[in-house]
Design a protein around this ligand. Sequence first.
Ligand code: NDP
Length: 286
Amino acid sequence: MVRGEVIDGKQIAKEIRLELKEEVERLTRLNVRPGLAVILVGEDPASQTYVRGKVRACEEVGIYSEFIQLPAETSEKDLLARIDRLNRDAAIHGILVQLPLPKQISPDRVIAAIDPEKDVDGFHPIQAGRLLTGLDAYLPCTPHGILQLLKRTGISLEGKHAVVVGRSNIVGKPVSLLLQRENATVTMCHSRTKDLSYHTRQADILIAAVGRYHIIGAEHVKEGAVVIDVGMNRSPEGKLAGDVDFEAVRTLASHITPVPGGVGPMTIAMLLHNTIRSAERMAAST
Ligand code: NDP
């Protein structure tokens, strides 16, 4: 049986972190130490795990990090005041507010309050607009991570048909833009798409960013396709699992990412990348 090559996101992210460590060492010799502030409101266990991973990755590459844990009942006004202080803090080049936020806080107002130059998540409307119009922008971390996975695996995008399932602001829409920028022809699918498998079977490159356990099975995939699984779900047995039925799809795909160990580690690596870029830019402008 044909077996697709597994794209090892953990290993590729490790290589990127090594490159970034050298970048940080170079900047430190110029008296510039990149700094990232990570804010977590409340005690959601999954968010705590993500935040810990981000702080640990900063330490590994030599980025200064500030972890700000706030109680779940924090008001929007207090959070905005914190962000305002970080916007003016010269030691901080990137500000990340872990989502989701408690109900009393509007994520849109919080994202808009971050200085766009420190928006290393790439979620601020100004950064999103820069990406849309082809201006220099911080690329959102997960879509950029996907692009790096493809490039570093030697998969060319030019003229390929990419099908993206999911149209969120943080994954589906920006990854579609990035793929189009690389000269792929892009189809976007979503919850109202009729006959999903008709579209996905056309894909040379299939990106699943839905958040539904095993929504993509063998019947959705063309032989030889490259399959990238962004989803992070729980299997019925409670294990971390993607949107793609890995074992079934692997028999058809030329390349496939696992969950865990595919896209996830790349997201963090790209966050570090953006923080270092921000520090470089700020140093150049002073
Ligand atoms: P959202 O819930 O914001 O978006 C999900 C998208 O999937 C929507 O556009 C929705 O369509 C679409 N969708 C829902 N049901 C269907 C269906 N039956 N058929 C086709 N499309 C459907 O999720 P996110 O984009 O934030 O995240 C997607 C997944 O990726 C989640 O599992 C999340 O945990 C994971 N993730 C992983 C990251 C990583 O680093 N590995 C980072 C970010 C996210 P519609 O717009 O019509 O509602």
